[in-house]
Design a protein around this ligand. Structure first.
Ligand SMILES: NC(=O)c1ccc[n+]([C@@H]2O[C@H](COP(=O)([O-])OP(=O)(O)OC[C@H]3O[C@@H](n4cnc5c(N)ncnc54)[C@H](O)[C@@H]3O)[C@@H](O)[C@H]2O)c1
Length: 271
């Protein structure tokens, strides 16, 4: 059987996960490899990238790891060069990096605002800057940007001004690239995940429960709040994000361009 990404090379940026378990990037890298892609796994954390590579190779897939900070121009240029030296093409760019940060405009420190924008927005601009010329030469390519439903709604009770604004900027970047490159065979779409149960969330739940006397119950409470907030009664998973990314990366979405694909179990339709 031929995979949906057979003979394709995918560059996944943020291909690790920030803790044990399955993050969006790790699931996406594995899903692409299972469909025949050679996957170049880039992450700030070398061990996290190598863990994903090992998982892919253990299943008989093809992958290479590379450590880079995607918010640094020279580092991401190096990653793109290394991928081209290894496999000579880049058909799919999956931009998955993202960091959260709490606080409204008054509470949020200016340096923190810049940090969130550097990682969440500048990274996507830089990867596009270096990959688009490659895709243009090939006459083909698909870019998948991982945004968030935080780009179109704001949860009650918690202020995430930098995160909300940065993900809104990802949507703007996505449609700008989609429009400029449509005639060159290059598509650019975004995924807007909702409440997904990834290691990032386990980390936040740990933080929330850290000072509570009933640590385990407090941790569980936070998970339950997120589960209950979903119309399905359960958070989504990194695999849900990965399956959406696979559709947008593959030729099955050949006429889908500049789309913001919500993957949230229906939260936004209720908001
Ligand atoms: N988990 C959710 O509920 C949720 C919801 C909506 C959107 N998202 C988005 O999905 C994406 C991934 O989230 P996740 O929950 O899987 O997180 P995660 O923290 O498990 O994975 C992100 C990976 O990106 C890497 N990374 C961070 N900064 C980097 C940098 N500057 N350069 C290179 N790599 C870097 C981390 O090391 C980590 O391996 C993010 O963009 C996030 O905003 C997550």
């Amino acid at each position: 059987m031929v995979g949906r990404l057979q003979n394709r090379v995918a560059l996944v940026v943020g291909a690790g996960s920030s803790g044990p378990g399955w993050g969006n990037g790790k699931c996406t890298a594995l899903t692409f490899a299972r469909q025949g892609a050679k996957v170049f796994c880039v992450d700030l954390n070398r061990e996290a990238a190598e863990e994903t590579v090992a998982l892919i190779r253990a299943e008989g897939g093809v992958a290479e790891g590379y450590a880079a900070d995607s918010s640094r121009n020279e580092q991401i240029a190096g990653a793109v060069r290394a991928c081209l030296e290894r496999w000579g093409q880049i058909d799919v760019l999956d931009n998955n990096v993202g960091i959260g940060s709490t606080g409204g405009p008054v509470e949020l420190d200016e340096d923190e605002w810049h940090r969130v924008f550097d990682v969440n927005v500048k990274s996507f601009y830089l990867t596009a800057k270096h990959v688009l010329p490659v895709m243009e030469r090939q006459g083909r390519g698909s870019i998948v940007n991982v945004s968030s439903i935080a780009s179109i709604r704001s949860p009650k009770g918690v202020a995430y001004v930098a995160y909300n604004a940065s993900k809104g900027a990802v949507n703007g970047l996505t449609i700008a690239i989609a429009s400029q490159y449509a005639s060159k065979g290059i598509r650019c779409n975004a995924i807007l995940p909702g409440l997904m149960h990834t290691p990032m969330i386990d980390f936040l739940a740990e933080q929330y429960a850290r000072d509570a006397k009933d640590h385990n119950q407090a941790y569980q409470r936070m998970i339950e709040i997120r589960d209950k907030a979903s119309p399905t009664g359960k958070m989504g998973s990194g695999w849900d994000t990965a399956n959406a990314a696979l559709f947008l990366a593959s030729d099955e979405s050949a006429y889908v361009n500049g789309h913001l694909l919500v993957v949230d179990g229906g939260i936004t339709i209720r908001a």
